[in-house]
Write a protein that binds this ligand. Sequence first.
Ligand SMILES: C[S@@+](CC[C@H](N)C(=O)[O-])C[C@H]1O[C@@H](n2cnc3c(N)ncnc32)[C@H](O)[C@@H]1O
Length: 239
Amino acid sequence: MSKGKHPSGAPWRNFYGRFKGKGLRPSQEAYLDEDLDKLSPGPVGWDENPDRDPIDLQALFGGKDVWLEIGFGGGEHLVHQAETYPEIGIIGCEPYINGVAMLLGKIRKSGVSNLAIHPGDVRDLFDVLPDQSLSRAFLLYPDPWPKKRHHRRRFVTPEHLEPLARVLKPNAIFRVATDIPDYVRQTLEQVPRHGFEWLAERPQDWREPWGDWISTRYEQKALREGRTPHYLTFRRKAD
Ligand SMILES: C[S@@+](CC[C@H](N)C(=O)[O-])C[C@H]1O[C@@H](n2cnc3c(N)ncnc32)[C@H](O)[C@@H]1O
């Protein structure tokens, strides 16, 4: 076994979030048992894909443009996008299994079929996404990690932004929403360093949500607690 690796071949990556919360309802257990496998984007896990072969997005979505939502929480925005844009395929990624179960309930209710789910860490998904394969990515209310010594755990760090830049097509759009002023600062500092340009021209561009927005659970909490959302739109520059 090489140093710094799990026996499956996976690198040791610290993950600071939650995989499981309170007990799932029996209906949610059933969604996970019955629906999750069918919605897999392909072999992502280290056990099933130790060589990290790229997943086949053509087979998955039949040549549609592919989008990605990172950390979809309860899945309301993911389902809304899939319903609004049936002509695209969208992959949602979320390690918190209670959130995945919530999403599965919403998928059953809405009947959308242009969705795939990776129930795990987005870094494992990045490993197996082909270069320049996605035309849009969403990062909505990423974990804020307010303490300065934890800022390096934030998504807007090279560990995540380098692979994100690799898998996005030239001119792909990257949307970030956050209610944390210091997260805005770090995003505006870091994202352009990884080949993106910020598209804001006037304050409304970051103060007002996108035209196809639906508010998420985390945004509702932020608003209740008096924090201000910021909506940042970036474009992946052509190399
Ligand atoms: C503050 S919540 C926001 C959830 C949702 N986007 C919303 O706006 O309600 C951040 C989410 O990011 C997820 N997350 C954290 N680290 C992640 C990772 N490495 N890959 C994918 N998702 C991650 C968490 O599990 C959590 O659900």
